[in-house]
Design a protein around this ligand. Sequence first.
Ligand SMILES: [Zn+2]
Length: 234
Amino acid sequence: MVETQNGSNIVENIEDYLRAKDWKYTFEAMEGSESGYSWMKTKDMMIDPLSAVTHPEQFKIVILDYAQGPGAEAFGNKAGWTKVGDYAFSPVYRTLPDLPLHEAIYMMYDPREAPDMESLIGKHQLYCHRDIFEEELPLLANTLSTLKAFLYLGNTYDFVFLAQDQTMAEMKSSEAFLSLPERAREQVCKRRDRMWQQIGPEVGPDLCINEGCEHKRLQLTPRCFIHQMQMQGK
Ligand SMILES: [Zn+2]
């Protein structure tokens, strides 16, 4: 390792760089809890939390928003679904359905726990907009608690996940969640590898123009591979 001028560590040889040995994973999320519900808001979620938690034996899904339009418009006309105002209510499921939820803001509940959901839902603020603010999360947790919903999930500008405390704990101890750093590293390695295929090797014969660097330059730029990548912020 050498210390660079801006203080970050870079590795000396390309092999270590391609294996991302200089790279550290940090998971950035905003978390909190209120009324028995916990939330997580992050840009770094590469998992489907539904597959990482135990859902109730039977459940319904309420699509609140889909691709910046009302859930009712996108899902309300599907067989077995009903529309309630702007929202779409699914039939009762016992296993996770194969639905395109990647652009949806939705809620899940057990109809035996919350039989009045359809009549109550319109009376509550569900914050089903694209950019959910920090101060709205405790309010939403309170609403979920009142409505007895199982979880709320939004794939918006950020990834927003609110669930009962024990469900959140289960998600955070799941294999999918715990393997995030490893999978993020794989992504970095893939990206660097692709770049190496594109702009490598360091053919020289001149040396890299970065002061003190003993690597030869790439064909297309006056820098070595690592300095070129660093300059591009990759
Ligand atoms: Zn260099």
